[in-house]
Every structure is written in C-alpha cells, then in structure tokens.
Design a protein around this ligand. Structure first.
Ligand code: FES
Length: 158
C-alpha cells in the first residue's frame, strides 16, 4: 500500500463514511469501496483510519483491501480501465484488445498515463463473459470491445 498522506478533505470524508456505515452489516467492504471512490485509491493512512473508526485490526482491513483486486493501494488515473484476460474473453480477442489499449495509451498493464487520465489493468473474469471481450471503466461495463474498436472507445473518455 502507498504511504502518501491524505488531504484534510479526504480525511474528513473517510470519517464521515465510517460513521455512516459502521452499524451496517458488511460495513468494511462498503467503507473500502466508498473510500476508494473518495480518494481514488487506498493508501495506508486511509486503511488505518478505517480500522480505527470501525474498531477492527488494521491487518484485517489491509487483508480485505489486498484480497479484492478492485481496491488499489496505488494512485490510479481518473479512468481505470479493467480488461478481462480469462479464457472466454481471450478466445474472443481480449489479448489483441489489451495490446491495442497499451499501444493507444502508450503504457503497459499496471501503469498510468503521464497525464493521470488512464490506468490500465488486466483481471481474471470480470463476470461479464456474455460481453467478451469485456472491459470496465471505473464502474461502467463495456463489451464486446475488439482491438479495432479501441481508438474510438477511448475517445469517449477524453
Ligand atoms: S471471461 Fe471475461 S468477463 Fe468472464
């Protein structure tokens, strides 16, 4: 997990989230999800604040954040592109789509464009196999996205 300090505004928002969610069943995942929305990622300071607020061990919070691939300890771009690379998407051209995304964005999987706009990630099944090759951008689902579609696809996020 990263170690960049939170802004005062982010810290206030995290405290609000903990207060809003602490009596809700499954509070930890909800808070992590909303905290990532608020901060763009989950630095160690955010995890510590959440652990403290929910009165649960930091190791458990860090474990949950590390277990689910949608949570990130690194600062991501404004648009996080998640490309599926599992078999059903693979046979429909996911590898070519991923290469086209890397070429168009001029970054590799796991990297963020220098302007901070896009982060490119590759995942196992996104649960969208009927849309293979499937892509998510932040919380929005797309697919099928073929390699030849990539240039036009990206213009939607300029
Ligand atoms: S295999 Fe790609 S979304 Fe399931």
């Amino acid at each position: 997990m990263g170690s960049t300090a939170l802004t005062a505004q982010q810290e206030t928002r995290l405290r609000e989230l903990v207060t809003e969610c602490k009596d809700v069943p499954g509070a930890l995942l909800q808070v992590l999800e909303k905290a990532q929305e608020a901060c763009g990622y989950l630095p160690l300071e955010a995890l510590a604040l959440i652990a403290d607020g929910l009165a649960i061990p930091l190791a458990r919070v860090a474990g949950a954040a590390g277990f689910y691939p949608f949570f990130s300890g690194e600062k991501c771009g404004r648009y996080v592109i998640r490309m599926c690379r599992s078999a059903p998407c693979h046979v429909n051209g996911a590898a070519a789509t991923l290469r086209a995304l890397e070429d168009a964005l001029r970054i590799k999987v796991g990297e963020t464009t220098p302007d901070g706009r896009f982060t490119l990630q590759a995942y196992d099944c996104l649960g969208l196999c009927d849309r293979a090759p499937a892509v998510m951008v932040n919380d929005t689902v797309f697919g099928p996205v073929f390699s030849g579609d990539v240039k036009e696809f990206l213009t939607g996020f300029e």
